[in-house]
Design a binder for this molecule. Sequence first.
Ligand SMILES: CC(C)(COP(=O)(O)OP(=O)(O)OC[C@H]1O[C@@H](n2cnc3c(N)ncnc32)[C@H](O)[C@@H]1OP(=O)(O)O)[C@@H](O)C(=O)NCCC(=O)NCCS
Length: 202
Amino acid sequence: MSSVDLAPWTSVTDATAYGRALLVGDRVRLRALHEEDLPQLDRWWQDEELMALQADAVRPRPPGSQTETFRRWSVNDSSTAVGFSVVARDGGELVGHVTMWGADVRTRCATLAIIVGSEHTGQGYGTGAVRVALRYAFQEMGLHRVQLQVWAANDRALATYARAGFREEGRRREVSFHAGRWHDEVLMAVLEHEWRDLATDP
Ligand SMILES: CC(C)(COP(=O)(O)OP(=O)(O)OC[C@H]1O[C@@H](n2cnc3c(N)ncnc32)[C@H](O)[C@@H]1OP(=O)(O)O)[C@@H](O)C(=O)NCCC(=O)NCCS
């Protein structure tokens, strides 16, 4: 359980400490999307190297094509979805973007998607961002479950999600086509009580 959970929440001091810490982890801070983040996020999204990992097809689109989508993901004006820019905790450099969408009052389940820029992968930012996002999901959005889909060949993402507490729930067989062959998709999720039992501080 994280230090944010342990706050007794009986005073203004507790409430402001919670607000300060909620979106901050060891490695990253999640913050609102800034207009100046958009060109870089759009470039990462169009990066052919990352495209086969996160999209149905390697199909580069003109610069700026994803800008409106990142804006829409990050508008944060409802209780059903959120999107944040991910910045390094030290220095504040933009390293990626994380979103959770599709929650509703009855199911309290959202789907998580994340991208870390290619020059920033493998440095703990993805794990850190997913952990902070889960804290936000369960402590602030009131979710019961967070789910995601990942191509079975994306061992780096699978390792990241497992470390943050996601468990494999099943597979959609041969749904993705790259390099002339079919690939499976792994379905993963983490439940609120599982997350509480993890006892990790993001
Ligand atoms: C998936 C992603 C979010 C992970 O974020 P990240 O910052 O790279 O992840 P981290 O550095 O926190 O952790 C990566 C883990 O995978 C391991 N890893 C790194 N490169 C790897 C590789 N090529 N193969 C297998 N494992 C790898 C790391 O060792 C680390 O695990 P460890 O700490 O147990 O050693 C990020 O790499 C990304 O956005 N990639 C491009 C797009 C993508 O794959 N999106 C996900 C779509 S579902």
